[in-house]
Design a binder for this molecule. Structure first.
Ligand code: SF4
Ligand code: FES
Length: 242
């Protein structure tokens, strides 16, 4: 017979201290396999009313619910949990409270990067590659394992400056604009310069061992990093990877 409960660990960070909650999730049906978000909502409702976590759409659209399940970044609204799993905040951004991380450093990093007067809001005349990149929901799961983002000092939570180094998400924004049919050629060198300032060179050195994964399945290595490296370093990059 199926158990009525699932034991799930919830690891919290509050005032720089780590706290471990061992929560007994009450299954709503005998065969339920809940999402991580279901566990957090029930824990908050039943026992820990001050438990802090973020969610929005509950449908893999808004990207704000990213947490770690057993130390891997996942969307809490789409990650099914099992007996003994551990939920915690993502380690790639500073924790504000419990499972909530400070995300605005990433947004600020890209402030002003798009100076093109006519924005392609309707994705006019765009090809399939461009449309693939519009699937990004800003969940920041791809910061995990990124050697460029790893160079940022994220420990100072008060720091409001944009991080100096980029991440797959910021490079995706640049690459999408580069292949946008409305981007004039005259703007393309500015975009490539921005990518270089964000540390694109690091991917060039570590391309073959690069392990980054997108939360919604975008092929970041082939559809973002490789074409950007080609655009920025051209033949030199091809030569380095033969
Ligand atoms: S590229 Fe993928 S993993 Fe990164 S922010 Fe966008 S959706 Fe999330
Ligand atoms: S709540 Fe919107 S993606 Fe999970």
């Amino acid at each position: 017979m199926e158990e009525k409960y699932l034991n799930i660990n919830i690891k919290l960070k509050r005032s720089n201290e780590i706290k471990l909650i061992e929560y007994k999730y009450k299954k709503r049906t005998h065969d339920e396999r809940p999402m991580a978000l279901d566990v957090l909502l029930q824990a908050q409702e039943e026992q820990y009313d001050d438990l802090a976590f973020r969610y929005g759409c509950r449908a893999r659209n808004c990207g704000v619910c990213t947490i770690e399940v057993n130390s891997r970044p996942k969307l809490a609204c789409r990650a099914r949990v099992r007996e003994g799993d551990t939920l915690s905040a993502i380690v790639t951004l500073p924790v504000i409270k419990d499972l909530i991380v400070k995300r605005d450093g990433i947004t600020r990093q890209m402030k002003g990067y798009n100076n093109i007067p006519k924005k392609n809001d309707l994705n006019e005349d765009a090809n399939k590659l461009y449309h693939n990149l519009t699937a990004c929901i800003e969940c920041y799961a791809c910061l995990d394992g990124c050697p460029v983002h790893a160079k940022n000092n994220i420990t100072d939570i008060q720091k409001n400056d944009a991080y100096k180094y980029g991440n797959p998400y910021s490079f995706l924004k640049i690459q999408r604009l580069l292949i946008d049919p409305l981007t004039p050629d005259s703007e393309k060198h500015t975009l490539i310069d921005k990518a270089k300032r964000l540390g694109l060179e690091i991917y060039r050195r570590e391309y073959n061992s690069l392990k980054i994964k997108c939360g919604v399945g975008i092929n970041l290595k082939d559809e973002v990093i490789k074409p950007l490296l080609d655009a920025a370093y051209g033949d030199e990059f091809e030569k380095d990877n033969k």
